[in-house]
Design a protein. Structure first.
Length: 105
């Protein structure tokens, strides 16, 4: 039997999957004014769409612990860095940030 994941580990895995999907979208969509991305929150049930420009997304991705989310989808282990009418930018803190840093090594 596999190890039981903590809530934060499950959220980090979900976020990584959504981020990978969004990065594939960015690579394959071509020249568009906004990207129709999936919210990168950790909820396995969330498939909300957010619209960001390619430049906005690249600015968020320049920081490995930052994600784009539908506004209001952050949790207690995330600091809201900025909020816009179309999306929010969060930065992982605590255990979630440690998990991200571990995965990137």
């Amino acid at each position: 039997m596999g190890a039981v994941l903590t809530r934060e580990q499950r959220r980090a895995e979900n976020e990584a999957v959504f981020r990978a999907g969004n990065e594939a979208m960015v690579r394959n969509v071509g020249d568009v004014p906004t990207l129709p991305l999936i919210c990168e929150c950790g909820s396995a049930d969330c498939f909300d769409r957010i619209h960001v420009t390619p430049e906005e997304y690249q600015a968020v991705r320049a920081h490995p612990a930052r994600f784009v989310l539908a506004t209001g989808h952050e949790d207690a282990n995330e600091a809201v860095i900025d909020e816009f009418d179309r999306y929010s930018v969060i930065e992982k803190t605590g255990e979630g940030r440690a998990i991200l840093e571990e995965q990137s090594q």
